[in-house]
Design a protein around this ligand. Structure first.
Ligand SMILES: Cc1cc2nc3c(=O)[nH]c(=O)nc-3n(C[C@H](O)[C@H](O)[C@H](O)COP(=O)(O)OP(=O)(O)OC[C@H]3O[C@@H](n4cnc5c(N)ncnc54)[C@H](O)[C@@H]3O)c2cc1C
Length: 433
């Protein structure tokens, strides 16, 4: 079946929905997701979103991001991120996101490798609140159509110009013709046995880029989060214990109840120390202790973590939480410029699927939602100002693959193959969760 839109957006996470909302309302936009709209890593975000406190904090925020990224970041991209952080948080507030406040002002918390408190949050359910607010606004917009359960399997193109996508919904193939395509299909966690991500987020965007000769970058830059809840036989994704727990004073201890690392060092350093400690003590996990904080405070500050741990038999107000590192985030991705443009004409990539260079070799906590917001809005603005000059290319026949893979297995296989090549010595196994 052929369908026609001005812009096709793939993914209903923060990047995809925010891009859609920043597009002109006279454009016909199709937003697709392979799962239900809420099944995205953006929904799972707990800790919050980083934001420069004021003009005086801009340089420090940039420096903290560069330091965490081992100075392999794209400095211009980091400056854009810091400079545009406040206006995007304000936009979320206008969409109805109720960040926690104290005495009427936004409340800022701290996470690893940030020198000051600069994370806005909605208790420990920031992603849920943000994506719910964005989705509510998306549903209000009459120019945006949402197709759930619709998996992008490839793009349509004429030479190196993108002109739509091929998607499968209930076994039926859709040829979606559009002037622009924006990939916001998220990361790669679903390829790993131990990951905090939804299993359905399987690097499809990367596979599609590889198939079509679109430039990708830093595919070996995969972030392992130090503190996922340890279970002997996890069913699906591992539950994350937010960095904010350490930000609020949580201590990492070994089986002898000794601290072995500064908890607020960058994630790669803390993860490495935990792996070493696990090996030394012959234990598959270490402990995260926050029991010294008042119980009422913990229940109020971390209601989601409190409830989920309780379900798993751990009362965080009284028990040490068993934690171990797990795959969490992908710093590499489809190479993009400061407006999220890929190496293919009329194809944009935003959020975790993209590599703006903001994170360098290691992401600073709470910078990923911010990156998704800042660069998807930039992409939308560029589309808004250029779309009137783009002719729909479907006058020419796009190159259509002969046998579209309606079972959607091929992209996953391509991604697994590629990551096996680049992954080197990472501890998490690359198998289906
Ligand atoms: C547990 C957890 C906690 C986190 N906490 C924080 C935090 O506190 N602060 C922070 O900044 N970041 C946090 N992150 C990271 C952050 O949530 C993600 O990096 C970010 O939300 C990515 O947004 P996105 O829109 O790019 O992708 P996602 O939100 O993952 O959305 C991807 C979308 O693409 C869809 N999709 C994928 N493939 C296809 C396909 N082939 N066809 C159609 N649709 C497809 C998916 O179904 C989904 O809708 C956390 C991540 C996790 C997993």
């Amino acid at each position: 079946m052929n369908v026609y839109f001005d812009v096709l957006i793939v993914g209903t996470g923060a990047a995809g929905m925010y891009a859609a909302l920043n597009l002109r309302q006279d454009l016909k936009v199709l937003l697709i997701t392979k799962a239900e709209a809420a099944e995205c890593n953006s929904y799972l975000a707990q800790g919050g979103i980083a934001v420069a406190r004021d003009e005086n904090d801009l340089d420090s925020f940039v420096e903290d991001t560069l330091k965490a990224g081992k100075y392999e970041n794209n400095v211009e991209a980091v400056k854009v991120l810091a400079r545009e952080s406040r206006e995007n948080i304000n936009q979320l507030i206008r969409y109805g996101v109720e960040f926690d406040r104290e005495h009427g002002d936004l409340q800022y918390t701290r996470e690893g490798a940030h020198r000051i408190n600069r994370i806005v949050h909605c208790k420990d359910q920031t992603g849920k609140k943000v994506t719910e607010a964005l989705y509510k606004e998306v549903k209000r917009r009459r120019n945006i159509t949402v197709f759930e359960g619709t998996c992008l399997i490839d793009i349509l193109r004429v030479g190196n110009t993108c002109c739509g996508g091929i998607a499968v919904k209930n076994g039926e193939v859709f040829f979606i013709h559009s002037k622009f395509v924006l990939l916001a299909s998220g990361g790669i966690g679903g390829l790993f046995k131990n990951s905090t991500n939804y299993c359905s987020v399987t690097g499809d965007g990367i596979a599609i880029a590889l198939k079509n000769g679109i430039k990708v970058k830093n595919l070996n830059y995969i972030q392992i989060h130090p503190t996922a809840f340890y279970e002997e036989a996890p069913n699906g994704r591992r539950f994350l214990i937010s960095e904010a727990v350490r930000g609020e004073g949580g201590k990492l201890i070994n089986k002898n109840k000794e601290r072995f690392v500064d908890e607020l060092l960058p994630r790669d350093v803390v993860s490495k120390k935990i792996f070493e400690e696990e090996e030394k003590t012959h234990m598959p996990y270490v402990g995260l202790d926050i029991t010294f904080k008042p119980a009422a405070y913990l229940v109020k500050r971390f209601p989601g973590i409190y409830r989920e741990c309780l379900k798993k038999g751990v009362d965080i107000t009284r028990n040490v939480i068993p934690v171990t590192p797990a795959q969490h985030y992908f710093m590499g991705g489809i190479e993009v410029d400061l407006y999220a443009q890929t190496s293919m004409k009329n194809l944009f990539a935003c959020g975790e699927v993209s590599c703006t260079g903001v994170h360098g070799a290691n992401r600073l906590a709470s910078n990923s939602l911010l990156e998704a917001l800042v660069f998807s809005r930039r992409a939308a603005k560029l589309i808004n100002s250029t779309i009137d000059f783009v002719n729909r290319l479907d006058a020419k026949a796009p190159d259509i693959p002969l046998n579209p893979d309606i079972e959607q297995k091929r992209n996953r296989e391509i991604a697994i193959q590629k990551f096996k090549e680049v992954i080197g010595g990472l501890k998490s196994e690359l198998v289906s969760c």
